[in-house]
Design a protein around this ligand. Structure first.
Ligand code: ITT
Length: 207
């Protein structure tokens, strides 16, 4: 069975990833999915890229170096708020410090948008997925979901900035959507399904 390691230490991402990739087969073979921790890989990765794609590739390559024979995937994602010149962007996890709670980060962003009108509250979640194949080739996919920043935190599902990210078509935050509903429309769902297609149909021979 083909082994796939997902290079993330974020439990919220990992939950969504498992659900999106659950029926992945490569050349008709089922794939066994491991988190970095389950694969016994510890990597202190410096995310010093300038874009989501660059950081996703940095993470996937760092883990691939310790994972011979496995397919390695990584996700770099974040929230871009137009009113704040696309902050926090690639710094989403580091915004106000890695150890600051998301309740504090979310409250701070709502406060920074206190003078923004509804039209000025546009934002998007962006996700880049990188894949390093066992022969060293690198594939990337990127996707986004458009929305607006809410006026208060709403919902208990998801993780991170989900309670303040409103999806216009649903009139709900992504933290108020079920995991299936979020995965069907999210940045991560779209980028990971595109990568899944490439792996499924082209196998590890894909260009
Ligand atoms: P890994 O690097 O180990 O994967 P991380 O949390 O540090 O974990 P990123 O550097 O990609 O991951 O930072 C992404 C941050 O963007 C994440 O911590 C959340 O704060 C935010 N984010 C990304 N996708 C999100 C989503 O679907 N819902 C809510 N917040 C999200």
């Amino acid at each position: 069975m083909q082994k796939l390691i997902f290079a993330t230490g974020n439990a919220g991402k990992m939950r969504e990833i498992r659900s999106i990739l659950k029926d992945l087969k490569i050349k008709g073979e089922p794939v066994e999915i491991f988190s970095m921790k389950e694969a016994g890989i510890q990597a202190d990765i410096e995310e010093n890229g300038k874009t989501f794609e660059e950081n996703a590739v940095i993470k996937a390559k760092a883990v691939a170096a310790a994972a011979e024979g496995a397919i390695v995937l990584a996700d770099d994602s974040g929230l871009e708020i137009d009113y704040l010149n696309k902050e926090p962007g690639i710094y989403s996890a580091r915004y106000m410090g890695e150890d600051t709670s998301y309740h504090e980060k979310n409250s701070n962003l709502i406060w920074r948008l206190r003078d923004a009108s509804e039209e000025e509250r546009t934002a998007r979640f962006v996700c880049a997925i990188a894949c390093v194949l066992p022969d060293g080739r690198v594939l990337t996919e990127k996707a986004a979901i458009e929305g607006t920043i809410g006026y208060e935190e709403k919902g208990e599902n998801g993780f991170g900035y989900d309670p303040i990210f409103m999806v216009p078509a649903y009139g709900r935050s992504t933290a108020e959507l079920s995991e299936e509903e979020k995965n069907a429309i999210s940045h991560r769902g779209k980028a990971l399904r595109a990568m899944k297609e490439r792996l499924m149909y082209e196998g590890t021979d894909c260009q």
